[in-house]
Design a protein around this ligand. Structure first.
Ligand SMILES: C[S@@+](CC[C@H](N)C(=O)[O-])C[C@H]1O[C@@H](n2cnc3c(N)ncnc32)[C@H](O)[C@@H]1O
Length: 225
């Protein structure tokens, strides 16, 4: 995409994600048991002949977890540091993002993305989800999880302050209150009631939706109509 108005995804990827040291320490900061996601993949029909794309793949933890169960996993991330780390782990990793990745070998069966779409403002989220829909086979699936606020705007202060109060103090063990403040002030997490119509508009039916108890995280399973 050569147009001067198209965003530079690397410039908005978060400076920390471009830092090889941050990338190397990321899995300890964000340890994840992917077993539930792996199970949902097979419920969605993904199997040994399926192609799965993970967008905003980070260190490739999801790619490593699902690789044994599907035909091909392509892990996409705009950060050269993350891509280098993934390649060192034997993952098929591509430098790109929601707005730049092009899958040239036909359509894919499933797209996964966790904690990455919030790097884009809502206008670009809509463009990104339209691009995801075009990548997928008809009936293909999207598993999307992110920081998405399900509280009402009038409840923002209470919800955000409770989230900050429960944050760890050691940055090696999770996101500290100072890091969460940065997220709330400068990143593009949106409300569930804004994101969900964008998913529907892109052509998806939301077949499963989960909000965390603190109303800060949302996870969606979607089918392309
Ligand atoms: C918080 S990390 C999440 C990594 C991984 N998905 C996980 O859940 O562990 C966010 C990732 O999104 C990537 N990212 C930033 N902007 C992006 C964009 N426009 N498109 C795709 N990924 C992006 C960052 O480089 C970073 O690796």
């Amino acid at each position: 995409m050569g147009s001067g108005w198209w965003p530079d995804e690397v410039a908005h990827a978060g400076v920390e994600h471009l830092d090889p040291e941050y990338a190397a320490a990321f899995d300890r900061k964000s340890p994840t048991d992917w077993s539930e996601t792996v199970e949902s993949l097979s419920r969605l029909g993904a199997g040994p002949t399926s192609t799965v794309v993970d967008i905003g793949a980070g260190t490739g933890a999801f790619a490593l977890a699902v690789q044994p169960y599907v035909g091909r996993v392509i892990a996409v991330d705009p950060s050269p540091a993350m891509v280098a780390l993934m390649r060192s782990r034997g993952i098929e990793a591509v430098e790109g993002g929601f707005l730049t990745f092009e899958h040239l070998d036909g359509k894919v069966d499933l797209v996964h993305s966790r904690h990455a779409l919030h790097h884009l403002p809502d206008f670009w989220k809509a463009v990104a989800l339209d691009r995801v829909a075009r990548m997928l086979e008809p009936g293909g699936a999207l598993i999307l999880a992110d920081i998405v606020y399900s509280f009402a705007p009038s409840e923002a202060a209470t919800a955000i302050e409770q989230w900050l109060e429960r944050a760890p103090t050691n940055p090696a063990q999770g996101w500290t209150a100072a890091e969460l403040v940065e997220h709330v002030r400068h990143e593009q997490s949106t409300f569930s009631w804004l994101l969900e119509p964008i998913l529907v508009r892109a052509g998806f039916d939301i077949t499963d939706r989960r909000y965390s108890e603190n109303q800060i995280f949302a996870a969606y399973t979607c089918r392309l109509r």
